[in-house]
Design a protein around this ligand. Structure first.
Ligand SMILES: [Zn+2]
Length: 360
């Protein structure tokens, strides 16, 4: 995907971030309390980074398909404990309507305990993305039910004729479901899959030149950010971006971003396959090779990787050990060259830099 941004040196990027955090902390908009909160977080991180950390690469990750039903009820809690104790940061999907039941109407201990852990996720360093409501067919909010044969949410977000208002109402309803269980969403992840019918329509759209979410969909996300419906003023998304961060919609202090990840998931993937586990893909034992090591040594300002809960989870995920190994290797070999951030922390920074640049 083409993006509006050229490549930027880490030093320039982080300098701009620190400046922008100060800038956004005094911005007059009091319309959304979320903005002020986002600005405070950005300012806080800027203080922590400080002048001596200007040469660092921002490091983060997305974890898709997270659910309450992989391993014992404390599984997500164990993941959070690890993230917190290592001082790393990333994102984990919260899919309210995964598997034909509603997390907002919890009916098992597994769900109730998962929700309790979700309440401390943000403080532990983990953002919450909606991987939309069901990760499957569009949910019927009016009748509060799953509809057989409903269009796949991932495809629906690509359809060019859906108006902004329809997207906005749907995402708003998901945010409201999150509020019922005390979850505040920071961003959105596009759910893949959907079966042969969906694949056929994707192919049709590709022929029409449509390979990304509809502009109306991005606009709806921006409108929700402006209404303070996301946790912060900027909304990180994990959709289609390659190599460079893409600004998909913006208005003043608010921005919606598509974030690229390095390569593929070699931490067990969605099929929790032992053939898909390779810590060296990220960083080799000597710290010299692997995608993360290469990106950091190339002086890239940011580096995101992604995983799936099926393979990553600490109970039965075949990639969990590799994940912890990657984190240890990063600490050992790149510790003074990286700074971990939640994706929404990163987009607050990135957006601040743009505004700083535009106003300079
Ligand atoms: Zn997924």
């Amino acid at each position: 995907m083409e993006t509006q941004h050229g490549r930027m040196r880490r030093r320039d990027f982080l300098k701009a971030c620190v400046a922008a955090a100060g800038f956004s902390a005094v911005q007059p908009s009091s319309r959304a309390a979320a903005s002020a909160e986002g600005a405070r977080q950005a300012a806080g991180t800027a203080d922590q980074i400080g002048e001596d950390a200007m040469d660092k690469t921002v490091l983060s990750f997305f974890c898709d398909d997270t659910s309450a039903h992989r391993g014992p009820p404390d599984t997500f809690g164990r993941f959070l404990d690890f993230v917190k104790s290592e001082g790393i940061a990333g994102e984990s999907s919260v899919i309210i309507g995964l598997g034909s039941s509603l997390l907002s109407e919890p009916d098992s201990d597994a769900e109730r305990i998962y929700i309790e852990h979700l309440h401390r996720a943000f403080e532990c360093g983990i953002d919450a993305h909606m991987e939309v409501m069901t990760h499957g067919g569009k949910f019927d909010f009016k009748e509060r039910r799953f509809r057989r044969g409903a269009i796949h949410e991932g495809l629906w977000m690509h359809e060019p004729d859906v108006p902004v208002e329809e997207y906005e109402a749907y995402f708003d309803a998901i945010i409201a479901e999150g509020e019922k269980i005390g979850v505040r969403f920071t961003g959105l992840t596009w759910p893949g899959g959907g079966g042969p019918e969906t694949a056929r329509r994707y192919a049709e759209l590709r022929k029409l030149g449509i390979t990304n979410l509809s502009p109306n969909c991005w606009q709806a996300l921006l409108n929700l950010a402006k209404r303070g419906r996301f946790r912060g003023p900027t909304v990180p998304c994990f959709v289609r971006a390659r190599n460079e961060v893409g600004l998909m919609a913006a208005d003043g202090a608010y921005g919606v971003y598509d974030i690229p990840v390095i390569g593929q998931d070699w931490l067990g993937r969605w099929d929790n396959s032992p053939n898909r586990v390779n810590p060296d893909y990220y960083i080799t034992a000597d710290g010299q090779g692997g995608h993360i090591a290469e990106w950091v040594r190339a002086g890239r300002p940011y580096c995101f990787f992604h995983a799936h809960w099926q393979g990553l989870n600490p109970a039965n995920g075949v990639g969990w050990e590799a994940f912890t190994l990657v984190v240890q290797r990063i600490k050992e070999h790149l510790g003074d060259r990286v700074v971990w951030m939640r994706p929404s922390q990163f987009t607050d920074y990135w957006h601040g830099r743009q505004r700083g640049g535009r106003n300079a």
